[in-house]
Design a protein around this ligand. Structure first.
Ligand code: GUN
Length: 297
């Protein structure tokens, strides 16, 4: 029995950050300033705090300016919207990221709508979602963009391939389907109400799992030779030793016997998200400075 390849997202992300760092140096020489990324964190959710810290470190590591705005969980919606209006006006800032989820008393859609689409490095604003869906130049959500980069690196031309995306979130599933469509794949979006998910997944040359349910996609569902991208990050506790660990949305060990290639969890898609965020910030900085899009990105 052959065993599939494990896609090294960590290494790919490190290479992408190196390319971004080179682009940052060229931008700084041309524009006379560094690109700037502002991250807004509301509350003290431990997972969000870890992400934000790691974003800050990697932003500085590629030579950009990092600005962090921490606000208490009790902040009112109007005060948060005022902060975003200030960041929209601030010329040092090319990218604005509001860490999600936000507390229940704040309407996420209104906050995202308040971000200047030219600074929307998460690609969540309806203007960017609409541009992506209509094939126009857009800032694209980081995680699905990272998935496409890994797929093209592994498979080359994706055109004509059958792709199944499991999950329909605005952050991953929907933009992922749009990106695959733009690569001329035949795309199916499956979700929690889909009937006979196993047989739908079995059609796919490309499976992208982004449902947020631990090891839900079983190995035997995978068509032999398919490439699998696992976006899931689920913490599970072992019933025997009580220790917790992180697993994806795919039963990786089983799937390895079927796949051509698969991303591991951790070390697959995860590291790509921040690398693409830095890439998007550099792209946004060029557009705002009236410079052409940097090459190779
Ligand atoms: N929370 C989890 N993933 C993301 C992301 O990609 N962007 C933002 N802003 N918040 C998140």
């Amino acid at each position: 029995m052959t065993i599939g390849k494990i896609i090294d997202g960590k290494a790919y992300a490190a290479g992408l950050r190196d390319t971004v760092a080179e682009g940052v140096a060229v931008f700084a020489a041309q524009a006379g300033r560094k690109p700037g990324l502002a991250v807004v964190l509301v509350g003290e959710d431990p997972a969000s705090s870890v992400y934000v810290r790691s974003k800050g470190k990697l932003t500085v590591a590629v030579g950009m300016e990092s600005y962090e705005f921490k606000r208490p969980v009790t902040i009112g919606q109007d005060d948060l919207l005022d902060l975003i209006a200030e960041l929209n006006q601030d010329d040092r800032i090319d990218g604005i990221l509001v860490q999600l989820p936000l507390p229940d008393h704040i309407d996420e859609a209104s906050v995202i709508a308040a971000i200047d689409p030219a600074k929307d490095v998460d690609g969540f604003h309806v203007v960017n979602a609409g541009r992506l869906a209509t094939g126009q130049e857009a800032l694209v959500p980081c995680t699905p963009m990272g998935c496409i980069m890994l797929l093209k690196d592994e498979l080359g031309d994706l055109s004509g391939l059958e792709a199944v995306v499991v999950g329909r979130s605005n952050i991953v599933g929907k933009p992922m389907a749009q990106l695959l469509l733009a690569e001329s794949c035949t795309v199916t979006i499956a979700h929690s109400r889909t009937r006979d998910l196993a047989s739908i997944v079995h059609r796919a040359d490309i499976v992208v799992a982004a449902v947020g349910r631990a090891e839900m996609v079983k190995g035997e569902w995978i068509k032999p030779g398919a490439t699998v991208i696992d976006v899931g990050i689920n913490r599970v506790t072992d019933t025997e030793d009580g220790k917790s660990r992180i697993v994806g949305d795919v039963a990786t060990a089983e799937a390895l016997a079927h796949v051509r290639a698969i991303t591991p969890v951790p070390g697959g898609v995860g590291p790509m998200t921040i690398a693409v965020l830095l890439r998007n910030t550099l792209v946004a900085a060029h557009a705002r400075a009236g410079l052409p899009k940097p090459e190779g990105l």
